[in-house]
Write a protein that binds this ligand. Structure first.
Ligand code: ZN
Length: 121
């Protein structure tokens, strides 16, 4: 049995935010600026799947990186960055929110059942 005492995701974001914040934010904003602006405010990357980036020796989804760097949040491996707009290619920090994997599943269910997300806007 392996016991994990340190969450590697939290530790990595901690290092990014405390030691490399300026560079990380420059990366985040360059992705945001390159994205296409949709009528609903989404900023969509020109990729089929959510784009990833490599930073400080780690590969991470662009939207997760952008949310954490812009808001200076250290997300743990248990925490997911959710899309309130249900557009997984969106990198607009205003459309992203931190939650659990269960929240993410419920979002999908509510979206499927009602076509809307009650806490959106
Ligand atoms: Zn969006």
């Amino acid at each position: 049995m392996i016991l994990v005492f340190e969450d590697e995701s939290e530790a990595w974001f901690g290092e990014v935010i405390s030691d490399h914040l300026e560079e990380a934010q420059a990366r985040a904003f360059s992705i945001i600026e390159a994205a296409r602006k949709e009528d609903n405010g989404c900023l969509t990357t020109a990729t089929v799947r959510p784009s990833k980036l490599r930073f400080l020796g780690r590969q991470v989804e662009a939207y997760r990186f952008i949310y954490c760097v812009v808001n200076q949040v250290t997300a743990s491996t248990q925490q997911v960055v959710r899309h309130r707009c249900h557009n997984r290619l969106c990198v607009n920090p205003d459309h992203l929110v931190l939650g659990s994997q269960a929240d993410n599943k419920q979002d999908d269910w509510l979206h499927w059942a009602y076509g809307t997300d009650p806490d959106y806007l």
